[in-house]
Write a protein that binds this ligand. Structure first.
Ligand code: 26Q
Length: 848
């Protein structure tokens, strides 16, 4: 679509004329063709007055945002149609990325940027008397994810579109996304996130592609003779899956991929028995059961494990998505020859792993394939990404529940398992323990289905998300499977999209980089290395520093608006933002803040950098300990911030409601990035990459992708501390926090301060729960073991901070070496080693 398809005529609606008259025409210089600006203006005004039916005399800001968003969306539509037509009609391989979460954040600024319309839009708005930044912030985040895994899926979509890879995202359209977090009296309070309340401009409903998903019932033999393996699933519990498509624009390449989100809707077949008994209203209200399926995103919460609604969500997603892929295939094929070669179904963790059974069911029961042929298709098109090593996070579903909700899929899972166990028995003859250990269905009295085992058995590719994590999967958690099928295992280190996480969120640094090395880095992040020869340029370093200060001003304002706490931009901005979890050890960060505070009140703080410690993140609503840590941080913050002795020296803030948009303000302003998980527990981390890209220095353990960040930037530009994975495991049996406390005065002083009641603020119970857990020899996270090394590392940070030239040079080197943490690199890796897609607009690969 051309960028200036409309003529430059002045808008002719009365309200539009008023709008222009009121604000005056703009007469500035512009590099953008004025017809483009005029066309945008006309479109904005047209949507405002006609699509939205609003009156400029009392323009609600939301309507102004929407009018702009619609004008931008219009410019995606033609490209979207073309991309969809090519993706669906080309007889080449495509990927369906299946995920229960897509944490998209805001879309307007992303679309404007990827369409390369920033300047025309800015000018059109200026001429209408508005600012792009003001309208952008009116958009609600699409918070359809918990954290890392969901945001990763969103970054993947951006990179795939930008690389012109035919990848469709499949997810759920939750009515309520990730809860909003409020802090009351130091406690986390959850509020529903009704993100669709004002409508969502970025989705197009496609009722014509509605699918039916079935639940419950029972299975009967099939007498049709269509396939020997076919069975009849008799059920009357049907739910409609209605797709809502969200455009995913590539950067500057005319590609618009699709994120297809399914919404559950009741069929119009009411419960006839109720209906005939005169219970019309009762019959209709039965609909809510079906519609509840996509009502709410589950927070990542072990207390929610095993909930039947979550299982319904998972099956609903995979059944609808696979039916959709098959529907598209059958529009241009009359059999399944070649289907496996032309599809890859990438499962984002085990959440969509029922896909293995569901694709078997669809092929055998609905498309008359034999078991063996169907298994060939499934096991050569499914791929599984693991995101966790924590055993408690591995999904298991009770066999009973599966049997009553999904009687046919569970039958298939049992048969997959039966055949798999024969293979195990051939490999390890007579080793029943091995069979018990590897079995998909556990050998317990109340058996459970281990979803990771199902995913592994059904997939041709199994990957971890950072080198260390992938190594640990092969050596530990999945070792038996690795020994059986080494060729299936691989690593794909995570990344983040630099379009959102540098170019968009850090406009001052973007401008400086553009001036120094040109703009090619936006699509080729390795170009950032061209900064390396310039890191000793003092004038450039000064400007780099000034950019950071500007970003700190912006964050300081956000912090003051949300918490009332004022912070100076002269302070070291020391930031830990991520989900609240014991393994991430926010407690370590809080304990260091207490250490700094004690030094100040004891007058022993010489050499300590003035610090603003910022912590943010949501605790799962049922995660008692994580909530206790939130309360602890808030109490410590209150004491520190109210003590006049800390003025200009120390601030601690817990920023409520951390989300994607908050991170867009936080990452560019951070000086120090806290990546301090217990070694071996954080699969990768992606916040670590966002901070590095924006030139923050990392204080971190050798965990997840931190290892690769350190490798990229060098020991001298990274504050490494703490036990390694091997050291953690070696120490664990003899771990004794009290032995550490006995020889470490600094640690003892911190714990004494807590036990003195200094931070109780009227209720200290929750605090002692958190502190006692850390002081227990059974503390799995070994916080106290790493505390002395952490304080030492923070002292090195303080020393370094005192030498601003050195500090800034290190920051520049961090940005310069962040190229490999682009999801463009990650997606090329997936494509080279798993997907094998040929980019849209090119000739298919020879084997494609
Ligand atoms: C489980 C059961 C019931 C309901 C929800 C869940 C659930 C939901 C979300 C379980 C896990 C998640 C999310 C996990 C996650 O975000 N993992 C992170 O993935 C990132 C991307 O690979 C990594 O960088 C992080 O290290 C990893 O923690």
């Amino acid at each position: 679509m051309s960028k200036s398809s409309n003529s430059a005529a002045k808008p002719d609606q009365p309200y539009a004329s008023e709008l222009l008259a009121a604000n005056g025409e703009w007469h500035g210089e512009s590099l953008t063709p004025s017809d483009d600006i005029d066309a945008l203006k006309k479109s904005i005004v047209q949507h405002f007055s006609h699509t939205l039916g609003r009156d400029i005399n009392n323009a609600a800001p939301q309507a102004l945002y929407k009018a702009l968003a619609l004008a931008v969306r219009d410019r995606l539509m033609d490209q979207w149609r073309v991309t969809r037509a090519e993706t669906e009609s080309r007889d080449t391989r495509k990927t369906c990325y299946m995920s229960l979460e897509f944490l998209m954040g805001r879309s307007l600024s992303n679309a404007v940027q990827n369409l390369e319309l920033v300047e025309p839009v800015r000018q059109a708005l200026n001429q209408l008397g508005m600012e792009l930044e003001d309208l952008e912030t009116l958009e609600r985040d699409a918070g359809l994810g918990n954290g890392g895994l969901g945001r990763l899926a969103a970054c993947f979509l951006d990179s795939c579109a930008s690389l012109a890879l035919p990848v469709t995202g499949y997810g759920l359209r939750y009515r309520y996304g990730m809860f909003r977090q409020e802090i009351e009296n130091g406690h986390q309070i959850e509020k529903p996130d009704n993100w669709l309340r004002d409508g969502h401009v970025w989705e197009i409903e496609r009722p014509e592609h509605t699918c039916v998903v079935r639940f419950g019932g029972h299975v009967e033999p099939d007498n049709s003779g269509a396939s020997p393996d076919r069975r009849e699933w008799v059920t009357h519990d049907e739910v409609l899956a209605v797709p809502f498509d969200v455009p995913v624009p590539g950067h500057g390449n005319d590609i618009v991929n699709t994120l297809r989100l399914w919404s559950a809707s009741a069929t119009d077949e009411f419960d006839l028995s109720e209906f005939n008994a005169g219970g019309y209203a009762e019959a209709v209200s039965g609909k809510t059961d079906a519609e509840n399926i996509t009502m709410v995103l589950y927070p990542n919460d072990s207390s929610e494990n095993g909930k039947v609604l979550r299982l319904r969500q998972q099956y609903f997603l995979v059944s609808a998505s696979l039916q959709d892929a098959i529907r598209v295939w059958l529009t241009s094929h009359d059999n399944f020859d070649g289907f496996a070669e032309k599809h890859c179904f990438q499962m984002n963790d085990t959440h969509p792993s029922l896909a293995v059974a569901e694709l078997m069911r669809l092929l055998i029961d609905e498309h008359e394939m034999t078991w063996d042929d169907a298994w060939t298709v499934v096991s050569s098109s499914m791929a599984y990404t693991n995101h966790t090593l924590l055993p408690e996070a591995l999904e298991c579903w009770s066999l009973d529940m599966l049997q009553s909700l999904l009687p046919r899929p569970i039958e298939i899972i049992q048969e997959i398992n039966r055949r798999f166990l024969l293979q195990v028995a051939r490999e390890w003859p007579g080793d029943v323990a091995k069979q018990a250990h590897m079995s998909i269905v556990s050998f317990d009295e109340s058996p459970v289905v281990r979803m990771a085992h199902l995913a592994i058995v059904g997939s041709f590719s199994i990957n971890g998300v950072a080198q260390l994590h992938s190594d640990l999967l092969q050596k530990g958690l999945f070792n038996d499977f690795y020994r059986l099928w080494p060729e299936r295992f691989n690593n794909k280190t995570n990344g983040v999209t630099q379009r959102r996480w540098l170019a968009h969120c850090n406009p001052h640094l973007r401008a400086l980089l553009n001036e120094q090395i040109g703009t090619a880095w936006v699509n080729d992040l390795d170009q950032l290395e061209r900064i390396i020869p310039k890191v000793d340029d003092a004038a450039l370093a000064q400007r780099w520093h000034e950019v950071k200060v500007q970003n700190k001003v912006r964050l300081a304002k956000l912090v003051e608006d949300r918490t009332g706490v004022q912070v100076s931009t002269d302070m070291l901005f020391d930031v830990q933002v991520k989900r609240m979890h014991e393994y991430k050890r926010q407690l370590l960060c809080a304990m260091h803040a207490v250490h700094c505070y004690l030094q100040i009140i004891n007058g022993t703080d010489e050499g300590a950098a003035p610090r603003f410690v910022l912590i943010a993140g949501k605790a799962a609503p049922g995660y008692y300990m994580a909530k206790a840590i939130v309360k602890l941080i808030n109490n410590v913050a209150q004491v520190i911030n109210e003590d006049p002795r800390t003025k200009d020296k120390l601030r601690l803030v817990f920023l409520p409601d951390y989300n994607v948009s908050a991170m867009e303000v936080i990452a560019p302003a951070a000086d120090l990035s806290e990546q301090i998980s217990t070694a071996g527990k954080e699969a990768s981390g992606t916040g670590n990459m966002k901070f590095m890209m924006n030139g923050a220095l990392t204080i971190g353990t050798l965990d997840g992708a931190n290892v690769e960040i350190l490798e990229a930037v060098g020991e001298e530009n990274f504050f490494r501390f703490g036990l390694s994975v091997e050291e953690v495991e070696a120490l664990r049996p003899n771990y004794s926090p009290s032995a550490v406390i006995a020889v470490e005065d600094r640690v003892k002083a911190i714990l004494d301060a807590f036990s003195s009641g200094m931070f109780d603020c009227g209720d200290g119970e929750l605090l002692s729960v958190a502190i006692d857990a850390a002081c227990s020899a059974d503390d799995p996270w070994m916080t106290i073991a790493d505390l002395p090394a952490y304080i030492d590392a923070q002292d090195r940070v303080s020393q370094c901070w005192a030498d601003r030239a050195r500090w800034t040079r290190m920051c520049m080197l961090n940005t310069a070496n962040s190229g490999r943490f682009s999801t463009d690199r990650t997606m090329r890796d997936y494509n080279r080693e798993i997907w094998n897609l040929s980019p849209l607009g090119t000739q298919p690969l020879a084997n494609g």
